[in-house]
Design a protein around this ligand. Structure first.
Ligand SMILES: [Zn+2]
Ligand SMILES: [Zn+2]
Length: 125
C-alpha cells in the first residue's frame, strides 16, 4: 500500500517524500489530491506508480474474490442438486422396502386366515 508516512512538514513548499525516500530536499511541484501532501515531480511520478500498483493489486484481489464467490456458488448449486438426488434415492429405496414389508404382511395375514380355516375344519371333523 502506498502511503505518505512522513512526519508533518511545516514547510509546504518542500517535497514531503524526498527526505525519507531519497535523502534529499527538493521544492514541491504539486500536491497529491489523494493524500494532500506536497511533492516534487519525481516523487509525484513514483507516488502515482505506487498508487497505480495499489489499484492493480486491489482489482486483482477483487477478481480473485469474484472467482472464489463464483466457485462457491457453483459448489452450492452442485451440492444442492446432489442432496436432492440423495433424498430421492433414499426415498425410492425406503418406498421399495415398505412395499416389500406390505407384501410380506399381506402374505402372512393370508396364511393366518388359511391356517384358521384349516384348524376350524379339523375341529369340525
Ligand atoms: Zn520529492
Ligand atoms: Zn497520494
Amino acid at each position: 500500500m502506498a502511503s505518505a508516512n512522513t512526519t508533518s512538514n511545516n514547510n509546504d513548499s518542500e517535497c514531503v517524500l524526498c527526505p525519507g525516500n531519497h535523502n534529499r530536499n527538493r521544492p514541491s511541484f504539486c500536491q497529491c489530491k489523494h493524500c494532500s501532501i506536497p511533492l516534487c515531480l519525481d516523487c509525484m511520478k513514483e507516488h502515482h506508480e505506487e498508487l497505480l500498483q495499489d489499484v492493480a493489486e486491489m482489482s486483482h484481489r477483487y477478481n480473485e474474490l469474484q472467482e472464489l464467490l463464483q466457485t462457491k456458488q457453483i459448489m452450492i448449486v452442485d451440492e444442492t442438486a446432489k442432496s436432492i438426488e440423495n433424498v430421492n434415492r433414499y426415498f425410492d429405496v425406503y418406498i421399495e422396502e415398505l412395499r416389500d414389508i406390505r407384501q410380506k404382511i399381506i402374505v402372512n395375514m393370508e396364511k393366518s386366515k388359511q391356517d384358521a380355516r384349516v384348524r376350524k375344519e379339523t375341529c369340525n371333523a
